[in-house]
Write a protein that binds this ligand. Structure first.
Ligand code: PEP
Ligand code: MN
Length: 338
């Protein structure tokens, strides 16, 4: 259920409604930005009646889907997230690219400057790295984030980075424009709650064995805790197929587009785990309706400290960007390569 409050409702009135709901031992989360209060669907008739008679309540809507705020039922029109003038989810395709991990400030400046010429608006790079082996490079942590922010002064792109732990959130939010939840953490609910309160847009990757509904429920966690700026990212799922690292599930993009108003991007790099098929996967992603791409690019792929096999050179990325522009235009979208 979604309780829509009148725009003029006061804090006292909202507290009164919370009190009524609490009295019935129902869990709810105030979503103050839109003056909506989301409640579970088992609302007793007596409470429903009482709420309907409360002056501050404009209407009470039943949203069939378990994810309320993320659903198209709640908001039929696409959400466009505007981050310092860079729009995600609108007509323009958002190109995000950069190295798997932050290695040095020189790496970030050089990669950022080169990618800027290929229409990239957001430089990806992780300071906290989820690695399968504890003996692999784990990222530079906060020192890396300082490099990310310092390099931004030179390339001028927006910067994004991964957070793996609740404790990383407020640190990363000091430096980055966008925070990313990796596939392994899609259901780290404490992390999602903290991201609800972080004040920065969040890229939420789909877990490698998660359904579309579970993915949207994770988006709901972030939204219900106060952050409406969630960008979904399909990055491939685990299947029996072993010619690619994961299987890029493009149906999930088409399906999720029918269910949610949130922007959806695709990361073909972690899906494929190899660079030779990144072009067709990128083109197909745009054709299926993705709002952007997240691609790994290293200024010198042969020395990349992680995910070397899938890292493109800036030149290789540029060729893909040119072809993506053609597909985007055919789909009535725009890629700004200026
Ligand atoms: C990444 O984007 O750096 C990453 C680790 O990807 P994923 O979480 O999709 O494996
Ligand atoms: Mn990687």
């Amino acid at each position: 259920m979604l309780i829509k409050l009148h725009k003029s409702s006061s804090e006292g009135e909202i507290n009164h409604i919370s009190h009524l709901i609490n009295e019935h031992s129902l869990r709810h989360l105030p979503c103050l930005q839109n003056k909506h209060i989301a409640v579970g669907d088992q609302m007793p008739d007596a409470l429903l009646k009482e709420l309907m008679e409360t002056e501050a309540v404009e209407k009470i809507e039943k949203i069939e889907k378990p994810y309320k705020l993320a659903s198209r039922e709640f908001k039929p029109q696409n959400t466009v997230i505007n981050i310092c003038g860079v729009k995600i989810g609108g007509k323009e395709i958002a190109l995000m690219a950069g190295p798997c991990a932050i290695e040095s400030i020189e790496q970030l400046i050089e990669t950022g400057l080169l990618l800027k010429k290929s229409g990239v608006k957001i430089l990806r790079a992780s300071a906290y790295k989820p690695r399968t082996s504890p003996y692999s490079f784990q990222g530079h942590g906060e020192e890396g984030l300082k490099m990310h922010k310092e390099a931004k002064k030179h390339h001028g792109l927006l910067i994004e980075t991964e957070v793996m732990d609740v404790r990383d959130v407020h640190i990363a939010a000091k430096y980055a424009d966008i925070l990313r939840v990796g596939a392994r953490n899609m259901q780290n609910f404490d992390l999602l709650k903290e991201l609800g309160r972080c004040g920065k847009p969040v890229i939420l990757k789909r877990g490698m064995s998660s359904t579309v509904e579970e993915w949207l429920m994770s988006a709901e966690y972030i939204m219900a805790h106060g952050n409406p700026d969630v960008i979904l990212c399909e990055r491939g799922i685990r299947t029996f197929e072993n010619s690619t690292r994961n299987t890029l599930d493009l149906s999930s993009v088409a399906v999720a587009k029918t269910l949610t108003h949130l922007p959806i991007i695709v990361d073909p790099s972690h899906a494929a785990g190899r660079k030779d098929i990144l072009e067709p996967l990128s083109l197909a992603s745009i054709a299926v309706g993705a709002d952007g791409l997240l691609i790994e690019v290293h200024h010198r792929p042969e020395v990349s400290m992680c995910d070397r096999d899938q890292a493109l050179s800036p030149e290789e990325f540029h060729k893909i960007a040119l072809r993506v522009q053609l597909i985007a235009e055919a789909e009535g979208r725009v890629v700004d390569l200026s």
